[in-house]
Design a protein around this ligand. Structure first.
Ligand SMILES: Nc1ncnc2c1ncn2[C@@H]1O[C@H](COP(=O)(O)OP(=O)(O)OP(=O)(O)O)[C@@H](O)[C@H]1O
Ligand SMILES: [Mg+2]
Length: 254
């Protein structure tokens, strides 16, 4: 028996045209499949197309439909390419949470108001929304910072507000672009644990972009990208528990 993947893309291409002569082929035909309940890392060099792919998977941008075979993008078995803007927006608001690489917080709104906006888009308001927003701020360790505007928060704190906003509606799919990029290793481990809890306890599917191999190794699968293509997908080897690791000869004094 085969199960329908939560997210499936085939032949995804995206070319940016800048002026008449310059074209950047950010995605050159990506096939990707994300199963329900997976926690997947996307890794690859800067400029390899990771953010572009995330924007397509998160229905923020549409794949190119000209100049090659027709792209396919399915979420929960439904075709997203032919869907109208209104329906796409609704699916995104209710079923997806997106952490942008540059956070994308509304500068005139406080942290809690930024999170409440995501509740509002998903059709949750009033006390229920306030409770959920406060809980989400607590999850990322920012209780007490709800009244701050983005400019009154550090980069790492803004990133955590963006993560709280992505998680507040308990979306079935969380797409996070470098969610730990601005965090120190301790905070990074906490956020990773938070995603893992969301994944294990609530069955949320998580796709995150990372440059950090330790973050990648903590995921169920790593998809490697290069030059706008998926190079391979690997299951990270489970690291041996400390203590059974064989010490290197000579250098083992420490
Ligand atoms: N809006 C845009 N207009 C023109 N070119 C773009 C645009 N967005 C991205 N690109 C180009 O597309 C390519 C892929 O960019 P993308 O942001 O997807 O890379 P990335 O893998 O996320 O890199 P990083 O690790 O630095 O975030 C790059 O060459 C980039 O310069
Ligand atoms: Mg990027």
């Amino acid at each position: 028996m085969t199960t329908t993947p939560l997210l499936e893309g085939r032949g995804l291409r995206k070319t940016y045209r800048m002026g008449r002569r310059t074209r950047v082929e950010a995605l050159r035909g990506v096939d990707i499949r994300i199963d329900r309940g997976e926690m997947v890392a996307i890794m690859g060099p800067s400029g390899s197309g990771k953010s572009t792919l995330m924007h397509l998977l998160g229905l923020l941008h549409a794949p190119d439909v000209d100049g090659g075979s027709r792209p396919e993008l399915r979420f929960d078995g439904r075709d997203m390419v032919t869907l109208g803007d209104g329906q796409r927006t609704r699916i995104r608001a209710r079923s997806m949470g997106f952490v942008f690489q540059d956070f994308n917080l509304v500068p005139t709104l406080t942290a809690v108001e930024n999170i409440l906006l995501a509740c509002d888009y998903a059709g949750v308001s009033g006390d229920a929304a306030r409770r959920a927003a406060t809980e989400a701020l607590g999850l990322v360790g920012l209780e007490g910072r709800g009244g701050h505007r983005p400019t009154e928060l550090s980069g790492g704190e803004q990133q955590r507000v963006a993560i709280a906003r992505a998680l507040v509606n308990r979306p079935s799919l969380v797409l996070a672009d470098e969610p730990t990029g601005n965090l120190d290793s301790e905070r990074s481990a906490e956020i990773l644990a938070l995603f893992r809890r969301a994944n294990r306890e609530h069955g949320q599917t998580i796709v995150l972009v990372t440059h950090d191999s330790e973050v990648g190794e903590a995921c169920d699968r790593i998809v490697h990208m290069r030059d706008g293509r998926v190079r391979d997908a690997v299951v990270p080897t489970v690291r041996e528990p400390i203590g059974v690791r064989v010490a290197a000869p000579a250098a083992s004094a420490a």
